[in-house]
Design a protein around this ligand. Structure first.
Ligand code: ZN
Length: 455
């Protein structure tokens, strides 16, 4: 937490997160505040004592998260022998706070099929000792074998994760969230919670990727037919237009300073024609689109496609285009946010808190576009000059569990443009800073003001 003044943190909305994964992170053994290897091993021992050995004939894993070796006095991972001793006979996995590394004990390595003879996968490292024996530590893509080996959560576990996630979000002042990768199972669990009266007004709007879209829509159609005022809603389609900043796959208008060979401006996932095709479908079937677009190139491609479809349907596309992340927006595209769409419109759904973790990546990978990152001031001005309420055009979220859903972090980033305690000259695009009140306004839920869960 970076902003200790939490007055006014009520009726909040997180417009971009992943509910079940947030709950899964909460259900795991927490290592974030450990200060020594002994501390880490104590937590593992505690979990080992508390968990049943088997469930449905399979060993129950110890799943721990938040490990940060830099925060431990010894600045190292436990040794394999130490971890094995703390979790005898059952698989245990300790995940790094950033999910780019993990450590497995011997049973976990066995389950993942990792031994001395295993070759490092592309873009991954199996860390080994002097004689080539794995130490248990896996980096980057080498972690995937471990994720694949972990048992799939049972329906009871998911239900518990969902309850943990919603309790946690409520305690932080949220009354509404938007889930950005909904599954039919999530929809069913939420509807069951609502049937039991457990949601108690907590609003969840779901967006689903093309592979899950029809199945989620089916679950929701049936439920909503009976009661259109349910707090659980289906928003529409989630699309991934580009990749990410850190992997240099975001679709940028100008090349990265240190580009991927053969992909100097990142990697678009769709052609303009494909994007327009999805938008025509949204128009005909009356659902909204939430499109992941980190780079300014991806943002422009979406606005271009929206305007093509807008023209085709007589300036009334009939659906809302949410541009998720919009981490870089070219100056020329700003007025298009406020202008595009008449009744339904274009929305910028931002997570300014990512500026706090991405500062170094912005400076190193796109220094020439740093001034265009999270241009909150420009977006608010664009809304105002078009006579639109900024709170209807700009939504804030966290993308939890990538980061904690802590509104203080969005406020810190929006107001100071740098991490707490940093010198003012380190700020990224300080001219885009907005006031605390303005930032809080973009975090406010509209439930009860403009109808339930409306976006
Ligand atoms: Zn996300």
């Amino acid at each position: 937490m970076t902003d200790s003044d939490n007055t006014g943190w009520t009726e909040l909305r997180d417009a971009h997160l992943h509910l079940l994964n947030h709950g899964k992170a909460l259900a795991a053994v927490q290592l974030a505040d450990c200060t020594s290897v002994a501390d880490v091993l104590d937590r593992v021992r505690g979990a080992h004592a508390a968990l049943p050995e088997h469930r449905a004939g399979a060993p129950v894993w110890i799943d721990a998260r938040g490990l940060r070796t830099e925060g431990l006095a010894e600045r190292r991972y436990p040794t394999l022998a130490e971890l094995d001793e703390a979790s005898p006979g059952r698989p245990a996995v300790l995940k790094s706070f950033d999910y780019h590394a993990l450590m497995g004990n011997t049973p976990a390595l066995l389950e993942a099929g990792i031994e001395a003879s295993t070759v490092d996968p592309p873009a991954g490292v199996i860390v080994r000792d002097g004689s080539g024996v794995p130490t248990g530590v896996l980096l980057e893509s080498a972690c995937n074998a471990m994720y694949a080996a972990q048992p799939v959560d049972t329906s009871a576990q998911r239900s518990e994760q969902l309850r943990l996630a919603i309790d946690d979000l409520r305690s932080r002042g949220f009354v509404e969230v938007h889930d950005m990768k909904a599954t039919p199972e999530l929809a069913e669990l939420l509807l069951e919670m609502d049937d039991r009266g457990e949601l108690d007004g907590f609003g969840v709007t779901m967006y689903a990727v093309p592979d899950e879209f029809e199945r989620v829509q089916k679950v929701m159609r049936y439920a909503v037919r009976e009661d259109t005022n349910r707090p659980v809603r289906f928003g529409g389609l989630k699309l991934f237009i580009d990749g990410t900043l850190n992997s240099r796959t975001a679709w940028m208008l100008e090349p990265f300073a240190d580009p991927l060979p053969a992909h100097p401006t990142g990697i678009p996932n769709y052609t303009p024609e494909q994007i327009e095709m999805y938008m025509r479908r949204a128009h005909h079937e009356r659902f909204d689109i939430a499109a992941h677009a980190i780079g300014d190139g991806a943002v422009r491609a979406l606005l271009d496609a929206y305007e093509v479809v807008e023209k085709q349907f007589g300036e009334e596309p009939g659906f809302t285009l949410r541009i998720e992340h919009a981490q870089f927006i070219d100056e020329a595209d700003l007025p298009r946010f406020a202008r595009a769409g008449k009744k339904r419109a274009v929305i910028a759904s931002l997570q300014p808190c990512h500026l706090l973790t991405d500062m170094e990546a912005i400076e190193r990978l796109v220094p020439h576009r740093a001034a265009r990152s999270f241009p909150l001031k420009d977006l608010i001005d664009a809304a105002a000059s078009a006579g639109r309420d900024p709170a209807e055009m700009i939504l804030l979220g966290s993308d939890s569990p990538i980061v904690e859903p802590d509104p203080a972090d969005n406020i810190q980033a929006a107001v100071y443009r740098r991490r707490a305690g940093m010198d003012a000259e380190r700020a990224i695009a300080p001219e885009q800073a907005i006031t605390r009140e303005a930032a809080l306004g973009l975090h406010r839920s509209r439930i009860g003001r403009s109808g339930a869960c409306e976006v």
